[in-house]
Design a protein around this ligand. Structure first.
Ligand code: FES
Length: 109
């Protein structure tokens, strides 16, 4: 068991810290905790709407696949620490800090 702290680009939203267990994805944890994070393809690495920035805990996640890299490149404002939340399955217990981009400009659900 570890913790994940969600920070938001939208400064009106205060950070939220919730539990995460090995085997869960960042997207699953966000949705289970009513944190808005778009996921248009349903979590199968077929879009880029679940794009997030990993601020801490990258070492707890699997390597990025080429497919994920392709979709990250299509996300809005990708950075060196960009990942797709549905592909970030926690491989071992530990703590993460993740920034969620402003969802208001993303057409999705
Ligand atoms: S939900 Fe589509 S790539 Fe993650």
């Amino acid at each position: 068991m570890g913790n994940i702290t969600f920070q938001f680009e939208d400064k009106a939203q205060p950070p939220v810290t919730v539990g995460i267990e090995a085997g869960e994805t960042i997207l699953e944890v966000a949705l289970d905790n009513d944190i808005q994070l778009n996921h248009n393809c349903g979590g199968v690495c077929g879009c880029s709407t679940c794009h997030v920035y990993i601020q801490q805990g990258e070492n707890l996640l699997p390597e990025m696949s080429e497919r994920e890299e392709d979709y990250v490149d299509r996300a809005r404002n990708p950075k060196y620490n960009s990942r797709l939340a549905c592909q970030c399955k926690l491989s071992q217990d530990g703590d993460l800090v993740v920034t969620i981009p402003d969802q208001s400009g993303i057409i999705g659900h």
